[in-house]
Write a protein that binds this ligand. Sequence first.
Ligand SMILES: C[S@@+](CC[C@H](N)C(=O)[O-])C[C@H]1O[C@@H](n2cnc3c(N)ncnc32)[C@H](O)[C@@H]1O
Length: 322
Amino acid sequence: MSFAPYNDLRRHCAALGFGNQWTEAACALGNERFAACPHGDYPRWKAALDGLPAVPPAFRMREGMPCLGEDFQDQQGLADELMTFHPWRKGPLQLAGVTIDTEWRSDWKWSRIAPHIDLSAQRVLDIGCGNGYFGWRMLDAGAELVIGVDPTWVFVMQWLACRHFAGDLANFVLPQGIEDLPEQEVAFDSVFSMGVLYHRRDPAHHLARLHSLLKPGGTLVLETLVLPDDQADGVLVPEGRYARMRNVWAVPGCERLLRWVAEAGFSNAQIVDVNQTTVEEQRSTPWMTFESLDKTLDPQDSARTIEGHPAPRRAVLIARSA
Ligand SMILES: C[S@@+](CC[C@H](N)C(=O)[O-])C[C@H]1O[C@@H](n2cnc3c(N)ncnc32)[C@H](O)[C@@H]1O
């Protein structure tokens, strides 16, 4: 039988009465993409996934770390198997007792967002969700259903590894970009877009699309790079790279960001947090051995990137779709 991980999502949606043409099309596309996954590493990842030990499923939170699955005896063997899914960027996570010290302390990001939102019984869409780390935090905060989307295959495979240990919980990651989402109507209670806006060539279009995915009065949680306060109304369009990334298209100041969000049809927008990203929050670890933030900053001046731009600083903005 072919691998169709989104039949579970279909079932969850139907049970919640959230099943509609949109969810059906999204699940069908997800299954189709798995049936024809073009990534050269897919056979290796799938073999590792199939080889994960069958431990009793479990989901608990421990100090910002989702702990999934009961402990497995052979911790080193499991750690070696999980390393197949390198690079692990978003976490920390613990799978069957193996702690994955990821590149990002995503728990720090969540602690800056969580006090400002109420996810009780919410149906949530998380655009650019990575391996679904935040989805576990959202479920723990009371969300009923989390559908994440991310076009990067290795992160989707990491989510499948997490799901193997967590069991059949309502946190999903579809292998698609926002541009691949079905056009049919859908109405999420909350839509998250964290760390994605600056990767989009047309930020206005991205924001308008987020708006169209929300129910009237629904909540947008937007997290993105912003310029320093003395450029609050400015926008940086980097020529070439930003912090060694080739795909950063626009970094606004906070005032400019608020204007973009209002122009997309949102109301009551508030910036609830602004934070300079530190080399303690984003760093290389044994689970993410590539270069990280410290190698992208000017060695003489950590307030600047290696290209001379303002160093990464991130804002969290919350708005309503009405
Ligand atoms: C900087 S990471 C942010 C991950 C996570 N949301 C966070 O805040 O830690 C950006 C993510 O967006 C994903 N991404 C890139 N292009 C995308 C697109 N067109 N639609 C949705 N996600 C995208 C990437 O694969 C990556 O996982």
